[in-house]
Design a protein around this ligand. Structure first.
Ligand SMILES: C[S@@+](CC[C@H](N)C(=O)[O-])C[C@H]1O[C@@H](n2cnc3c(N)ncnc32)[C@H](O)[C@@H]1O
Length: 335
């Protein structure tokens, strides 16, 4: 039985399940629809399997990818302040990845001294297994209940508690389209009770503090870490569905759209031809340089984003930025 989509599954069951092949049924329809569309795309969460999570972590270690490093520094700086603002809560983290930054938050919430429930949510099961091990070693009293699945399914399974903090870091909100962000906020507002908290980390728009070039470097670093991460979209399709493309030949594309304020990631085909994907029973025609879109990363203005959430049932309690004004954190309360 698939040990996904239920908080109550013990991690041992989840770990065992992770040794077996990934469930393909849920992805097949999404992948087929995306690859057959006029503007070809692969859903962003597909980039994160065990290999993808490691490749993403390699991205966060590059000098250019400031998002991870600066957000970690900001959380470390805010420890004392967050401890006062947040108090004793159950922590749910959406798209938790390796939970590296969350260590500072858990530390601030006293995870070393008292029992605390932490519920990391991620589509990548292997990263949850790894992070759970590290967290339990670091905070012996902590109770970690990982959930392998998507944010929306995880939010639907939350049970009522007195006080809860939902954490969403790494600029991951920026991966949503406008419509997805709208659905996400509506769902969050529905599952959080008045007084519950939402801590959001997001990347700020380029301007006087950060140049577009600085931003683009983060998505196209000199060592090629982001390109390797991006190409995992194709690598995973080759591993799991037998796609006959050769990922290294595909060109990594990262551009910034100044009108929609978003980074767009894509992979450009090295030639005209057909990609055969036996596992999807699909042959996809592609032209040379045709792009398959893999992710967007929207950049925000703190005032606009706060007003947007305030119009959807949240009140801004506090917001912070790093010294250079590159990224921001905002703490909202459900009203
Ligand atoms: C940009 S990374 C951020 C990781 C971590 N929070 C950080 O700040 O370093 C996005 C994370 O969200 C996960 N993810 C992406 N889409 C998801 C979805 N729809 N539901 C749950 N997790 C998702 C990925 O596996 C990945 O770990």
């Amino acid at each position: 039985m698939v040990a996904r989509g239920n908080w109550r599954y013990p991690m041992s069951t989840l770990s065992r399940e992770l040794d077996s092949p990934a469930p393909s049924h849920s992805w097949s329809a999404l992948l087929r629809a995306g690859l057959l569309a006029d503007r070809k795309e692969i859903p962003t969460p597909w980039l994160y399997d065990g290999a993808g999570s490691r490749l993403y972590e390699a991205v966060t270690r590059t000098a250019e990818y400031y998002l991870g490093r600066v957000e970690t520094e900001l959380l470390a700086r805010l420890r004392a302040e967050l401890a006062v603002l947040v108090g004793g809560v159950e922590v749910v983290e959406l798209g938790s990845g390796a939970s590296v930054k969350t260590m500072h938050l858990l530390e601030a919430l006293g995870a070393r001294e008292r029992r605390l429930v932490y519920r990391p949510v991620d589509v990548s099961g292997p990263v949850l297994v790894r992070s759970r091990r590290v967290l339990e070693r670091t905070f012996p009293g902590i109770r970690v209940h990982p959930f392998e699945g998507t944010h929306d399914v995880a939010l639907s399974h939350l049970e009522p508690v007195e006080q809860r903090l939902v954490v969403f870091l790494g600029g991951t909100l920026g991966n949503f389209s406008d419509a997805e962000q709208e659905r996400f906020a509506a769902h969050l507002a529905k599952v959080l009770a008045p007084g519950h908290l939402f801590l959001l980390g997001f990347d700020l728009r380029p301007g006087t503090c950060k140049s577009v070039e600085r931003l683009l470097d983060a998505y196209d670093d000199g060592s090629g870490a982001m390109a390797r991460f991006n190409r995992n979209a194709l690598g995973r399709l080759a591993r799991e569905y037998g796609a006959d493309w050769h990922p290294p030949e595909w060109r990594h594309v990262a551009r910034y759209d100044r009108v929609t304020h978003r980074i767009e990631l894509a992979l450009a085909s090295p030639r005209t031809g057909q990609i055969r994907i036996p596992g999807l029973d699909l042959a996809v025609p592609v032209r040379q340089d045709e792009e398959i879109h893999t992710a967007i990363s929207r950049k925000f203005d703190t005032g606009d984003l706060a007003a947007w959430f305030e119009a959807r049932g949240f009140r801004l309690r506090a917001s912070w930025t790093d010294d250079r004004g590159w990224i921001a954190l905002a703490l909202f309360e459900r009203v």
